[in-house]
Design a protein. Structure first.
Length: 237
């Protein structure tokens, strides 16, 4: 591992931490209220290992086929699936993910519950899978997400399973729109969700370019890739 790369990541992490802390202060919140997830898609496992040495504990990936080998190579971290997920990948994902943040349909929830049940039966896993519902803030089916009007139905469906544990909501701000307004909508949706599901308190919102606005509107988890790791490199083998 290059000492120059570790120094680069350390400086990037310091700057991101300063941004999060400043946003928390401005919002009257404690820094401990906001989790940082390092999004490492297309970057090698060696970068993940360096981030772990620097104190990062949570890592997010968008693609199952890339995440599985990385999780095996760098154990001891908490791994999050944050990208769109096809039902036929459910079995593979539950083998490495501690949390899936991109559940946007009952069919996907059912597939994940079935996959968790299978690994529990095989005594590979004993805990339920933590999940967040991905909420659509732009009603664009091409970007994924559950329409806001359907969140309650999907949340109730997840809560009925023993294999899944509903933790809250995740969203991506619409392209070209004011992220603050989008995250305000998400905050209201989260408040409504917690009326029936009080333990679903997590709000995963905010990335490299809009984490301040997300924290202002109650995000408890920011997903940061570019600001930590730089421009996207080549996919790891």
């Amino acid at each position: 591992m290059s000492p120059d790369r570790k120094a680069e990541l350390a400086e990037n992490l310091r700057e991101v931490e300063e941004r999060i802390a400043a946003a928390c202060r401005a919002a009257g919140r404690a820094r401990e209220e906001v989790k940082l997830i390092a999004i490492t898609k297309t970057f090698p496992a060696s970068d993940v290992a360096l981030l772990a040495e620097l104190g990062v504990t949570d890592v997010g990936e968008n693609r199952d086929q890339e995440a599985g080998p990385k999780a095996a190579e760098v154990p001891g971290l908490r791994w999050h699936m944050v990208g769109r997920l096809q039902r036929n990948k459910a079995k593979s994902v539950v083998g490495w993910a501690d949390e899936v943040q991109s559940v946007d349909s009952a069919r996907l929830a059912d597939a994940l519950a079935k996959a968790v049940r299978a690994v529990q039966t095989a005594q590979i896993r004993d805990e339920p899978l933590d999940v967040l519902i991905q909420a659509s803030l732009d009603d664009d089916p091409g970007r994924g997400g559950c329409p806001l009007g359907e969140l309650k139905e999907l949340a109730d469906r997840i809560a009925q399973t023993d294999e899944l544990r509903l933790r809250g909501l995740m969203a991506v701000a619409p392209l070209g729109a004011d992220p603050a307004a989008a995250f305000e909508r998400l905050a209201r949706a989260g408040e409504d969700l917690r009326k029936d599901h009080p333990n679903a308190a997590d709000v995963s919102a905010g990335m490299s370019h809009d984490l301040e606005q997300a924290i202002t509107h109650g995000s408890t988890c920011v997903r940061v890739g570019t600001a930590l790791l730089g421009g996207r490199g080549l996919a790891s083998p």
